[in-house]
Design a protein around this ligand. Structure first.
Ligand code: 13P
Ligand code: SF4
Length: 309
């Protein structure tokens, strides 16, 4: 999969590759990154797969091309490594809707409930949670718990999807992803009529009216696997544009359309090649998590990895 490279970007790419070797660094890249960032990836994946890679790498430095909660999770799981987020302001607005004190206040109202926090949360929220989940395993994690009540933080859409797959009482937080929440159900219905043979595949961060029209609901890497196995020639995809662009390149004989109006995660796109190069040279901006929070957050992440192994 080659993106169109200028001679300037290909010289930066070569410099990054050389420096990665010299510094024993790896680049973990989320599917929503720009095509230029794919070029320097050692591993491309969804948030669950990237956390597994981070937990087992023997590299000295992890260059995390994603958003802050992903880089924080890498540091939590593998504290001996230097973790760097090239664009220091690359945050997830949804993760920032939940803070630890509000989660604890919710827990005090439902003392019997387990707190399941989505990977898209701060380290502080993970530290006060019972277990973490990602979009690829949220229903498995919830159903693995003995508690009848579950406080699900922070995505109300993912939480409502889990509620459909579980007999437990799911208490929803009022967060959502601005990229997935804005897909339009009536426009999707129109697209389905125009493309009757297309398979509709959407992320569980989409609202119910979108999920209900889908042939399949899954995480970003679940989408890649679904397309790989499917005989269909056309797909309408409900997630961030980066994944759709990647699918177009990986499967040039198929057609991919976005659920209208499409969506770009602006903070994911803040990582750029020049920032990656700078990070490799300087080891900055480094992501650190206070030890007391890290140890507790690691317990919640380890529980997820244990359930899913
Ligand atoms: P994945 O778990 O599918 O990687 O999704 C992460 C994310 O931020 C989706 O918006
Ligand atoms: Fe956060 Fe949405 Fe961006 Fe994912 S796509 S990182 S949930 S804002």
């Amino acid at each position: 999969m080659k993106s169109q490279q200028t001679s300037e970007s290909s010289s930066v790419i070569n410099e990054i590759r050389t420096l990665k070797k010299k510094k024993n660094a790896i680049a973990l890249v989320h599917y929503y990154q720009s095509p230029e960032i794919y070029e320097i990836a050692d591993f491309i994946g969804d948030s669950y797969e990237l956390s597994v890679q981070a937990s087992k790498t023997s590299a000295d430095m992890i260059i995390f091309c994603g958003v802050r909660f992903m880089a924080e999770s890498a540091k939590i799981l593998n504290p001996g490594k230097k973790v760097v987020l090239p664009a220091v302001t690359a945050g997830c607005p949804m993760a920032e809707t939940a803070d630890a004190s509000a989660v604890l206040a919710m827990k005090a109202r439902y003392p019997e409930a387990a707190v399941v926090s989505y990977m898209n949360t701060t380290a502080e929220v993970k530290a006060v949670s019972d277990i973490v989940c990602t979009s690829s395993n949220a229903h498995i994690i919830v159903n693995s718990l003995p508690n009848r009540q579950i406080i699900f933080v922070p995505d109300k859409n993912l939480g409502s999807w889990v509620a459909e797959k579980s007999s437990k009482e799911i208490i929803l937080w009022n967060g959502f992803c601005y990229v997935h929440n804005k897909f339009m159900a009536d426009e999707l219905a129109r697209a389905r009529k125009l493309l009757p043979d297309a398979k509709v595949v959407v992320h569980p961060e989409c609202p119910k009216e979108i999920r209900d029209q889908a042939d399949h609901v899954c995480s970003t890497s679940g989408m890649v696997k679904y397309v790989e196995k499917s005989d269909a020639k056309e797909f309408i995809i409900g997630t961030e544009m980066g994944l759709i662009e990647m699918l177009k390149k990986k499967f040039p004989d198929r057609k991919f359309y976005a659920v209208p109006p499409g969506g770009t995660c602006l903070t994911m796109k803040k990582n750029r090649l020049d920032l990656v190069l700078e990070s490799l040279k300087t080891g900055e901006p480094e992501i650190n998590v206070p030890e007391e929070i890290r140890v507790k957050a690691k317990m919640s992440l380890d529980r997820m990895l244990e359930v899913c192994k």
